[in-house]
Design a protein around this ligand. Structure first.
Ligand code: NAI
Length: 544
């Protein structure tokens, strides 16, 4: 820090961590040899934000806005986060899904400078040495991908770097986790996408992906190196190929501080939605009969988290499992099927195999139907009507995205259930009017939870992150929905309040980590006060 304070003149304007641009005061300009290097005007950060907003409004599309914002991050980090935090709900679709997907597809073309680390499988044996090259020492989160399965876009190799970059920006934008403690990292293990390997501008190593054993040995070296170089750092796995993601989470979850947002974050948000639905219907999660429509990585992750949440309400694991069933492209998961994975078999029931969803809902008396099938329009009128026969307030979540993949729309769910369905989707849908009532559908967006849970982790420094912490975060999230909002069918609080939401989630998560004896930090008197003190403020006062 001392070193940095001495930076002067042009070097100061070129350092994104120290640059204030037109906000350098007259005194600072004299003292720091900036006179003549800036126009005459001395502005506050609010005027600078306004100028950025004006620029953004002139851009023709969100990809151009993304590129502009990345350019701003390269010039002035404080202003970048001030803009992002001024309206996170508006900026998430620009800096993250869906625009980041497009940015990843063009990552090698739009690449300007590094904002994170790239470690290749060819660096095996030297991972620790390379990690030490990162200038920051107090790294508290590494978001790491292999680019193996980027959003719905498949294997993008090193072009997947846009994901850890964007995901960590959301830590700060949505929860005010200080950016200097965050490290985006790409473990470059090649790619199996031929088109990318042929791209002359591709930024990654040109080789096919390794076999599982070789990958796992490399990941083990990385995990060990992180423990040595950044002790207490949480490893956030993101957008790995599904089977790699599940296997590695199983391996490390009970050993080190780590999580996988695709699995646990997604599941946590779904559980929050269910708790929100229970707050509306007055039921208990452990009394529901759940049918997962789709038994892929999202379906399994959600089912596993619901099992733990039901156990937390007092059910045995066996009883919890008996309340959850699954249905996939080949129909109901039954014990007679021979095509099930180990993770899926846990949810298989005896009985005759069937592909008839309506029949399954009636036979199993399903009260909660969760769509994670990737196939749109599969929750037909008959399906919604069958659900409406089973419960006073059936819970229908159509989580597949993009929009044309949603199992049913909000309009369909409310209309076909005569306003009885408690509905949420994976994408935003407009409010729906039925007679004199307006329903506001929820969007199960992961950013409701992972930034807040991460802020809680930041404050408590837990040794491990058990599912209980995610469930506590999910319950905290659902508790933030007001009675008036529940009246409108809302299972999540409004996205515009994301900073307050994340702060409240973090407080409950950190508190539980302290109470369970998981925390490495000493328990403070007031967890909420500690969290607020730790949060990042995008202002210039701390710079000079
Ligand atoms: P996946 O490809 O691993 O699994 C899809 C599953 O759906 C498989 O079990 C497949 O057999 C089943 N399926 C396919 N066609 C079907 C049909 N016609 N009827 C019944 N089942 C069918 O996909 P993954 O990763 O599990 O994701 C599923 C969906 O969930 C995606 O659309 C994804 O966008 C969405 N998702 C939403 C999230 C959210 O809202 N927060 C988070 C994560 C995923």
């Amino acid at each position: 820090m001392e070193e940095k304070k001495k930076t002067r003149g042009e070097d100061l304007l070129r350092d994104p961590l120290l640059n204030k641009g037109t906000a350098f005061s007259t005194c600072e300009r004299q003292e720091l040899r900036l006179e003549g290097l800036l126009p005459a005007v001395v502005e506050g950060i609010e005027e600078q934000v306004q100028r950025v907003m004006n620029h953004l409004s002139l851009k023709p599309n969100d990809l151009e806005r993304y590129i502009y914002m990345i350019g701003l991050l390269d010039r002035n980090e404080t202003l970048f986060f001030k803009v992002l935090m001024s309206d996170p709900a508006r900026f998430v679709p620009i800096m993250y899904d869906p625009t980041v997907g497009e940015a990843c597809l063009k990552f090698s073309d739009i690449y300007r400078r590094n904002d994170g680390m790239y470690i290749t499988i060819e660096d095996k044996g030297r991972v620790k040495e390379i990690l030490q090259n990162w200038p920051g020492r107090d790294i508290r989160f590494i978001c790491v991908t292999t680019g193996g399965r980027i959003l719905g876009l498949g294997d993008l190799g090193a072009n997947g770097m846009g994901i850890p970059l964007g995901k960590l920006q959301l830590y700060t934008a949505c929860a005010a986790v200080p950016p200097e403690n965050l490290l985006p990292l790409l473990l470059d293990c090649g790619t199996d996408t031929e088109e990318i390997l042929k791209d002359p501008l591709y930024i990654g190593i040109r080789r096919q992906r390794p076999q599982v054993d070789e990958l796992d040995a490399f990941v083990q070296e990385f995990v060990d190196a992180v423990q040595d170089v950044f002790p207490g750092c949480c490893i956030h796995f993101e957008d790995w190929k599904g089977t790699d993601a599940i296997r590695l989470l199983k391996r490390y979850k009970d050993k080190i501080c780590c999580y996988n947002d695709d699995i646990q974050g997604t599941a946590g948000v779904a559980v929050a939605g269910l708790v929100g639905a229970m707050n509306i219907s007055g039921g208990k999660l452990s009394e529901q009969r759940v049918l997962m429509f789709g038994a892929g990585s999202a379906g399994i992750g959600i089912a596993n988290m619901i099992t733990v949440a039901m156990q937390a309400e007092g059910l045995s694991k066996k009883d919890a499992l008996s309340r959850i069933n699954m249905f996939d492209v080949n129909g109901l998961l039954t014990t007679s099927r021979t095509d099930l994975s180990e993770d899926q078999s846990v949810y298989a029931v005896s009985g005759h195999p069937t592909k008839d969803l309506v029949e399954v809902i009636r036979t199993l008396k399903t009260t909660v139907l969760i769509g994670v099938s990737t196939v749109g329009k599969t929750f037909t009128r008959e399906v919604i009507e069958a659900m409406t026969e089973q419960a006073e307030r059936p819970v229908i979540f159509a989580l597949s995205n993009p929009t044309d993949h949603a199992e049913c729309s909000a309009q369909e769910a409310y209309e076909w259930s005569n306003g009885k369905a408690i509905y949420a989707a994976g994408v935003p849908f407009d409010p729906v009017r039925l007679g004199d009532k307006v329903f506001i559908p929820g969007q199960a967006n992961n950013y409701y939870l992972f930034p807040g849970v991460s802020l809680g982790i930041y404050a408590a420094k837990p040794k491990l992150i058990p599912d209980a912490l995610w469930i506590e975060g999910a319950r905290a999230l659902a508790d933030l929905v007001t009675p008036e909002q529940r009246e409108k069918g809302m299972v999540f609080p409004p996205q515009k309040d994301i900073l307050a939401i994340s702060t409240a989630v973090a407080e409950r998560v950190a508190k539980l980590a302290f109470d369970k004896g998981l925390a490495r930090e000493k328990q403070p008197k007031d967890v909420g006060a500690l969290i607020r003190e730790l949060q990042y403020q995008p202002d210039y006062s701390k710079i000079v």
